[in-house]
Design a protein around this ligand. Sequence first.
Ligand code: SF4
Length: 349
Amino acid sequence: MERFADMIEAWYEQHGRDLPWRNTDNPYRIWISEVILQQTRVAQGYDYFLRFVERFPTVQALAGASEDEVMRMWQGLGYYSRARHLHAAARAIVRRGGTFPETYEGVRALPGIGDYTAAAICAFAYGLPRAVVDGNVYRVLARWAGIGEPTDTAKGKRLFADLAGELLDKERPAAYNQAIMDFGALQCTPRLPDCPSCPLAGTCVAYAEGRVAELPVRAHKTKVTDRYFNYIYVRAGASILIRRRTGNDIWKGLYEFPLIESPGEWGEEAFYASGALRELLAGGESPLFRCLWRGVRHVLSHQVIHATFYEAVLPDDADSFPGYVRVSPDEVDRYALPRLLHQFLERFA
Ligand code: SF4
């Protein structure tokens, strides 16, 4: 019987995608592309990748940038902790002499690099025989081998990692890994995989047993939390007010308007009456408020943000909202903001 790897690689020669990070063995570029692609569609990731490596063409350039600058290049991609980890790892590499690690263990030890990214860098940059296991690979293997073991348990992860290692084309790990990832993205898709035209159809257990739609299995459902953000777009003379988000929460390191988070959806009365608003004003004079935008739903991977935006107008010299930076609306582009705030500014600024 034809080898699994040969069938996948033959499919890739005909159907694989020509992507800008595919024709390189530069570990830095591969690393950046893999981290960007973990959280975004290829079409969108393509532009981010090109912009990112143009601004930070080397690990030294990335290490030498400020965190604000890195976040600004990342804004809109989400999962901002990944950008902070990229930055921290670049600085760690430069501290150790500036050469990208060349072993799996060395790559895996960098901040924010897990099994998947380490395997991808080692296979694509150095030709090391490491099997990459991402969501696409889990799906292909679960269906082809008919594995009902969940992919997100320790036991399942081990089982899939072992099978991926066995099936890997150890002579051509880069070609094989690219092939199986594209195969999952384009042929064995989550919904409506093209089984009748699939080169693996003759050996695919899920296809033979009519279990394609059931596989792969996950043990844990992602828990989604609803949060309620009341933003205040403060205009003070010719400036607006923003502040850097700190704390261990979404959008850490990004800038935002004064914010009151409420336990549920607040109407205007509850907003004006809230003790949180008095606290935010810190005894300063209360500006004129009006609600500009209500019922905005912003969906993240684990949270849904229900946002309301108020506008507050202050005299230029008012000292309400202490602790915020005053910037002109033209300067705000220099700060990394969550996509939600960009949407607001596009509409109302
Ligand atoms: S036959 Fe269908 S389920 Fe099986 S590997 Fe091919 S596309 Fe995936």
